[in-house]
Design a protein around this ligand. Structure first.
Ligand SMILES: *Cc1c(COP(=O)(O)O)cnc(C)c1O
Length: 396
């Protein structure tokens, strides 16, 4: 089938809930993608911060193939070896006690929400069920995770469940005001990812920890986008003792997996029979995540993301300064960066120009261009991508 035939069928048979660019991808190697027409692209988006070790990493391909031939699925009526190995490893890495596996970021956040409410219910404090979240935060699209997502157009018309209060991201006074004794938890992203690559103000997470502890509420951190090395450290909340953390995206390197990690405080919140998922913790996904973690360690990708992230940040700063009529500034951390467009510019309108020039970047919110390349990208590849990005901005 050729490109046009694919597009025709896509328009006819795919549900129209996405705004998909008319590009049909076929193959990926490292930071390169190729579409069905044979056109090549440099991937600075990594499937939305997912393909952490790049496309078709030989070790990840081998691990998944071997595991598929060995055992794919047994259900949660039983244990499986790979899942136990992964639980051990991820709990040590994140310094949290327990892992509840699932298949996506939304599900991981859904688990955090249920854990937080069920924790207080189990202690006879069922009145504590309100959640504090932030305007512009993204926690997923299932109804529970959507109840915490703070973007009105994503919520409209769905009968989103309540008991969530949204306050301005970074406004610690507002968090303090809302943190009354009916609050179960505060959920926060270390950087608003979908909400425009907006880093938390200095000390914000630490203050949330202090306030939640003082008022007897839990602190939940959504590291679905920021976790597993993306920011040049293992986790954005590193050094803060959170009660629970969600991970997904970069953890599987492209293989679907999510996890809700919980501290000792929460280990009785969801007793047997109260929560679950058929595929969660299956041996194939677990083996993929184990291999991703090993590759990140063996290839020193966390330090690499920090170092190259600085270079990316400096380069985007320079581009922003060079074109002040089109760009306001750059922001972000590690290999998660945003280029903020000047007033009147729409991120979505810019994207096809980059695609045309052979570079994949994505939007974050209405007016931010997002850069989140695979962590394995090297400096010369990044330089090449940035020079194309600069050229596209100069020409348009
Ligand atoms: C992507 C994302 C989610 C949702 O993950 P899905 O796998 O799409 O369900 C949740 N939180 C954050 C911060 C994300 O970036």
């Amino acid at each position: 089938m050729d490109h046009d035939a694919y597009i025709e069928i896509a328009k006819r048979n795919l549900y129209g809930n996405y705004r998909q660019a008319p590009i049909v991808f076929k193959r990926g190697r490292g930071v390169q993608l190729e579409d069905v027409r044979g056109k090549r692209y440099l991937d600075l988006a990594a499937g939305v911060a997912v393909c952490s070790v790049g496309h078709a990493h030989p070790r990840l391909v081998k691990a998944i193939s071997e595991q598929a031939a060995e055992l794919m699925h047994v259900s949660n009526y039983f244990y499986n070896d790979r899942n136990i190995e992964l639980a051990d490893r991820i709990c040590k890495t994140a310094n949290l006690a327990r892992a509840l596996f699932c298949n996506s970021g939304s599900e991981a956040n859904e688990a955090l929400l249920k854990m937080a409410r069920r924790h207080f219910y189990g202690r006879g404090e069922g009145h504590r069920k309100r959640i504090i979240a932030f305007h512009g935060a993204f926690h997923g699209r299932t109804l529970g995770s959507l109840s915490m997502t703070g973007t009105p157009p994503y919520r409209e018309g769905f009968g989103v469940p309540g008991d969530v209060t949204h306050v301005h991201y970074g406004d610690i006074e507002a968090v303090g005001r809302e943190l009354t004794d009916d609050v179960a938890a505060v959920i926060v992203e270390p950087i608003l990812g979908e909400g425009g690559v907006l880093p938390a103000p200095e000390g914000f997470l630490k203050r949330i920890r202090e306030l939640t502890r003082e008022r007897g509420a839990l602190m939940l951190v959504d590291e679905v986008q920021t976790g597993v090395g993306r920011l040049g450290k293992w986790f954005g909340s590193e050094g803060i003792d959170v009660d629970a953390m969600s991970l997904a995206k970069g953890l599987g390197g492209g293989f679907p997996i999510g996890v809700a990690l919980a501290a000792d405080t929460l280990i009785e919140a969801l007793p047997p029979g109260t929560h679950g998922t058929t595929y969660g913790g299956n041996p194939l996904a677990s083996r993929a995540a184990l291999e991703v973690l090993s590759i990140i360690e063996d290839e020193n990708l966390v330090a690499h993301a920090s170092e190259l992230g600085r270079f990316l940040g400096d380069s985007l700063d320079a581009i922003a300064k060079e074109f002040p009529d089109k760009l306001v500034a750059a922001r972000g951390q590690g290999l998660l960066r945003g280029l903020i467009l000047a007033e009147g510019q729409v991120a979505r309108d810019w994207l096809p120009r980059f695609f045309e020039a052979g570079v994949l970047i994505i939007a974050a919110g209405a007016s931010t261009l997002r850069f989140c390349p695979p962590l394995v990208i090297d400096k010369s590849e990044l330089e090449r991508g940035l020079s194309i990005v600069r050229d596209v901005i100069r020409r348009n």
